[in-house]
Write a protein that binds this ligand. Structure first.
Ligand SMILES: NC(=O)C1=CN([C@@H]2O[C@H](COP(=O)(O)OP(=O)(O)OC[C@H]3O[C@@H](n4cnc5c(N)ncnc54)[C@H](OP(=O)(O)O)[C@@H]3O)[C@@H](O)[C@H]2O)C=CC1
Ligand SMILES: CC(=O)N[C@@H](CCC(=O)OP(=O)(O)O)C(=O)O
Length: 345
């Protein structure tokens, strides 16, 4: 198969390059760049030097949709909303890593992303690529919209209790933290080393663009969903997301009962690992993997549940989840080309 990566020079694109280079079903990689066509990928990133060279090609959807079997769009918001309509009627399947195709209501996209939305036919075609909850639809999709990094951790942490109508939706508070690579390769005032190191910051308070994405999926599970509190923080580390999620239950349950539910729901999902009682995950447990690790407890005094969900933002939060989706779209082994264990320590 031939895979194309648009935005290959960005953090998500580099991670796709690394994974797809070793994927058993990919025999050729075509890389596209909007700013450096003609330059070789290895000239920009010599750490990826090998016997093979990868020239960066111009972003030309007419060519791409016929020369590739699958095209990954690892581009900033506002790009795939324009590229997808031109790409979607060709041979290539599309997997978009940006937020452009995730929100079914285009007014929500305009309000939260402050950009023009994708056209309706593209939004209608796009299948939300959270494999653990949407596998069958992904298997027959032509266009997959890869979930956001924070929503991946949050939704995997909330899915079992929301789909079983156990959590009181109005009580949900998500306290999420991300490593700096979540902001992409270009530093800004928030992510500049001198500001971010030895610092811990909250950002986009009540304004994060992932809020409507999380609420959209919660609504699928429970129509009584109301707006949630969702806070994001920048941690001075490179990779990793931890979402600490708080809510109350509609009826009393012990941690043991909830863990049994989570283990049962995710029993057949190769990339979700539920911890044993009293154990909680940390971001290094999933470093450079496609895993989401989940731990939880119930506070016997407040009756509040605490769920802790961790992922690697560049992997399960972006590139490796995109490869997992590609595997499903092409009916391959869901784990093909994905690392089994974290890099540790
Ligand atoms: N970083 C993360 O942890 C996550 C990122 N995402 C999303 O994935 C997408 C990629 O993120 P990330 O890799 O971090 O971002 P980066 O900023 O690191 O890279 C984006 C790449 O997109 C390319 N690009 C920029 N403008 C255009 C354009 N107009 N047309 C085509 N390509 C363009 C650039 O490459 P070139 O100049 O060579 O074209 C750039 O290298 C974003 O939408 C992001 O929000 C989602 C989940 C997690
Ligand atoms: C640390 C950091 O800045 N993270 C980014 C994640 C961006 C992202 O993944 O954006 P989309 O999913 O909307 O494409 C943020 O919070 O905006």
């Amino acid at each position: 198969m031939i895979a194309g990566i648009v935005g290959a020079t960005g953090y998500g694109g580099i991670e796709l390059f690394r994974l797809l280079s070793k994927h058993p079903q990919i025999n050729q990689l075509k890389l596209y760049s909007s700013s450096q066509a003609g330059v070789e990928f290895e000239a920009i990133y010599p750490q990826f030097e090998s016997r093979e060279r990868h020239p960066l090609h111009e972003v030309d959807p007419v060519k791409m949709k016929e020369e590739c079997d699958v095209v990954f769009l690892a581009t900033p918001a506002g790009v795939s909303s324009r590229l997808t309509p031109e790409l979607q009627d060709g041979k290539a399947k599309i997997i978009d890593l940006s937020g452009d195709l995730r929100l079914k209501n285009s007014a929500d996209y305009s309000a939260w992303y402050k950009k023009d939305p994708a056209p309706e036919p593209s939004l209608e075609k796009a299948v939300y690529g959270l494999p653990e909850w949407n596998k069958e639809a992904i298997r027959s999709a032509d266009v997959v919209s890869n979930p956001g990094c924070y929503p991946t951790a949050t939704l995997l942490g909330l899915g079992p209790v929301m789909s079983e109508q156990l959590a009181d939706p109005g009580s949900i508070i998500v306290d999420a933290k991300s490593g700096v690579s979540g902001a992409g390769k270009n530093p800004n005032a928030l992510t500049h080393f001198a500001h971010a190191q030895e610092n811990f910051q909250i950002y986009k308070v009540n304004q994060h663009q992932h809020i409507p994405e999380v609420e959209q999926q919660l609504m699928q599970w429970n129509e009584e969903t109301t707006p949630i509190t969702f806070s994001t923080h920048l941690v001075p580390m490179t990779r990793g997301i931890m979402a600490t999620i708080y809510f109350t239950l509609k009826e009393e349950k012990s941690a043991e009962e909830l863990l049994a539910l989570y283990k049962d729901v995710y029993a057949d999902q190769p990339f979700v690992r539920v911890k044993s009682e009293g154990q909680f995950p940390c971001t290094k447990d999933v470093y450079q993997t496609n895993f989401c690790d989940i731990g939880l407890t119930v506070d016997s005094r407040t009756k509040r549940v605490t769920v802790v969900s961790v992922i690697d933002n560049l992997m399960k939060g972006a590139a490796s989840q995109a490869v997992q989706n590609m595997n499903l779209v092409f009916h391959l082994d869901e784990a093909a080309g994905l690392p089994q264990f974290p890099v540790y320590p």
